[in-house]
Design a protein around this ligand. Sequence first.
Ligand SMILES: [Zn+2]
Length: 238
Amino acid sequence: MRPIPILMYHNIAAAPRGVKLRGLYVSPGRFARQMQLLRRLGYQGLSMGAALPWLRGEREGKVAVVTFDDGYVDNLEHALPVLRGLGFSATCFVVSGAVGSYNRWDAEQLGVRKPLMDATGLRAWQAAGMEIGAHTRTHPHLPQLAATDLEGEIRGSRQDLEELLGLPVTQFCYPYGEAGEREMTAAQAAGYAAAVTVRRGRARPGESLWSLPRVSVGGHHAPHVFPLQILTRHEDRH
Ligand SMILES: [Zn+2]
């Protein structure tokens, strides 16, 4: 069966001067060209929830999953209009304890405070047909947590977001992609349907839904890398 690229984005914006990890930024123009290319190649861009039948191997076809980590305001401003224009859906993984705040977990390290969507923004994202997934409460290193804290971060973030937004939250994203057996078991027990990591590769239909690999799309890549990531074994061989 055809492998499924689960695309991972962070910021859709021009990288500010002097910011570290410029790879976290994809410019709005480049993002639009990438989504248009998917369409031209015959791919449907889907949220994690919508893509589950393909990920489970129940349906076959050209599907790419579009995900955004952390819940930045620029996703709403720059990615949403492109996705809507193409009839695509996407999942944004939100840190429930940082709604309307900024990236407290890495602002110092990156040298930039990036605004996160507030509740109004998250509702606008959902109202446009997009999905909200959970990305813990505080973006911790999960393997370092005691069991009760782990439960609060994984199950608690789902409860927080469901309460805030009034819709089921079925998708989870491990901060820093850190997912050992304990974290995977906790995500499953918390009632999610699937969980994504930062392990590099395209997803194979029917593989475990608790440590799904992703394709990291970075602004530091040359433009020709994106089609290689989607269409070839560029990501899979690592
Ligand atoms: Zn994150």
